[in-house]
Ligand binder design. Structure first.
Ligand code: THG
Length: 257
């Protein structure tokens, strides 16, 4: 599975402070620690910053790519911020994210094509977050058609069923699992399937337990990429054990510590 490190996100108070103070060392340190812990890609999100989010994204990209040599995932709801981040990237990046809404697709698919970037698509559209797996799969199919039309092959598309907090939308956790199962059968080869794992435990106690349990369940139904906290050692141990149980990693006693 591809691991996308979630920690460089202005949603974290310490990261918001590092951004405010333009503390490059703090950001570079988070980048290095996540890559050492097993992240293949790093997500960059300015958070709900007030001024100049495009300038902040450009700064984050330059600090992180000076510190580590992995692809970056440019995470912003604003196409102008995504465009600024992509422009600063030295190697192909992943756009995070479009939705099935026409306006978003029209803004972001040409950017993905121009930069040879991957693109994450949240299976949501003008009508909001779908209620069940079938509605998610319907939006996924429309997104898949739009990306193919734009010349972006399924290998560069990452479908995201949108994981919601279990304390607020309990029934949606199992709908997202069913959606992962459905996305696998949309085409051959299938697109990548991704979740923002930590969403599931927001606002709940013992977040790590909820995150790692849900990760194992998602992997069992076909998840192949996740935005998660690679600094959570127990979570990464579950990832290794699950990969072994799914015959994706060769059985070795050393893997189990
Ligand atoms: N899908 C896609 N991209 C995403 C998400 C997704 N990007 C953002 C998010 N969801 C994934 N990243 C995070 C990062 C942090 C947290 C959750 C998901 C988080 N933060 C603490 C909180 O809210 O409690 C911050 C508080 C703190 O510790 O300071 O949980 O779903 N494509």
């Amino acid at each position: 599975m591809y691991v996308i490190g979630e920690r460089i996100n202005g949603m974290f108070r310490s990261v918001a402070r590092a951004i405010r103070e333009r503390n490059a060392d703090a950001i570079a340190d988070l980048a290095r620690r996540q890559v050492e812990a097993g992240a293949h890609v790093l997500d960059l999100n300015t958070g709900p910053t007030g001024e100049d989010p495009a300038g902040i994204m450009t700064w984050l990209v330059s600090v992180v790519q000076d510190a580590v040599d992995v692809p970056l995932c440019i995470d912003s709801p604003r196409p102008a911020v995504v465009a600024a981040g992509l422009k600063a990237c030295r190697r192909p990046a992943i756009i995070n994210s479009t939705t099935g809404a026409r306006e978003k697709l029209d803004a972001l698919l040409p950017l993905a094509a121009e930069h040879g970037a991957g693109i994450i698509a949240l299976t949501i559209d003008e009508r909001g977050i779908p209620r069940n797996a079938e509605a998610r799969a319907e939006i996924a199919l429309a997104i898949l058609a739009a990306t193919m039309e734009a010349g972006i092959p399924p290998e560069r598309l990452y479908l995201d069923p949108i994981v919601l907090p279990v304390n607020a939308a309990q029934a949606q956790c199992k709908e997202a699992l069913a959606a992962i199962g459905a996305f696998r059968h949309l085409c051959d080869p299938p697109p990548h399937i991704i979740v923002g794992l930590s969403n599931v435990s927001q606002g709940a106690p013992n977040r790590s337990l909820i995150n790692r349990t849900y990760l194992a369940m998602c992997l069992a139904v076909g998840l192949d990429t996740a935005i998660l906290d690679p600094l959570d050692e127990e979570l990464m141990a579950v990832l290794r054990a699950a990969n072994m149980l799914l015959d994706k990693e060769i059985y070795a006693e050393g893997l189990l510590g």
